[in-house]
Design a protein around this ligand. Structure first.
Ligand SMILES: Cc1cc2nc3c(=O)[nH]c(=O)nc-3n(C[C@H](O)[C@H](O)[C@H](O)COP(=O)(O)O)c2cc1C
Length: 174
């Protein structure tokens, strides 16, 4: 197994796309495109995502720092690319940094999950960032989807009734 093969197989796990924002210790707003976001716990509300330890924005997400996960809408692929460039500065077409150390808003996102890093774990060449969720906003709409290094949209495929499954379980996947 080589690096390329592993990356290609990881890419087969289709995900949504987020931009995670924060304010760094120097007061600069940062944003990073991330698809490693995973729901963890409902009670207490916890979420995780993985950030490359080599990221120029690492310090903004250290334990104790607030951050906000923005789930992107289907028409935000360009924005995802913009926030995937190394060392990118806060772009002009995103909203300007908010007051104090509040993580900046990404306008047009379908949800914003406000968190604070409780702890980060070493995960090879990434940090696994565990966030305690403090607030939520959502305006549900069509999501942006990422698969095999390509952006796309979600197509509904009606199958058997999911309702009985949802009644039995209380996982964050319901
Ligand atoms: C769709 C997509 C998903 C990504 N997901 C992640 C991720 O979960 N974690 C991560 O560290 N980088 C991820 N990246 C790469 C980062 O966005 C990119 O390396 C980063 O913005 C580079 O800037 P920096 O080194 O200044 O942080 C992703 C990129 C794309 C296009």
């Amino acid at each position: 197994m080589n690096f390329r093969e592993l990356r290609d197989v990881f890419g087969l796990f289709t995900t949504g796309v987020t931009v995670v924002t924060a304010v760094g210790p120097d007061g600069e707003s940062v944003g990073i495109t991330a698809n490693s976001v995973t729901s963890v716990s409902l009670e207490p509300p916890l979420v995780l995502w993985c950030l490359a330890s080599a990221s120029s924005k690492l310090a903004a997400f250290a334990p104790g720092m607030p951050f906000a996960i923005h789930i992107l809408a289907a028409d935000q692929a360009e924005l995802a690319l913009q926030f995937a460039r190394r060392g990118t500065r806060w772009p002009d077409d995103a909203s300007p940094p908010g007051a104090a150390a509040s993580p900046p808003q990404v306008p047009g996102a379908i949800a914003r999950i406000e968190c604070r890093t409780t702890v980060w774990f070493e995960g090879g060449d990434h940090k696994i960032i565990l966030g305690a969720i403090e607030d939520l906003q959502a305006q549900p709409a069509a999501p942006l989807v990422f698969h095999a290094s390509r952006f796309g949209t979600f197509t509904d495929q009606p199958v058997a009734d999911l309702a009985p499954l949802q009644r039995r379980s209380s996982g964050p996947w319901d």
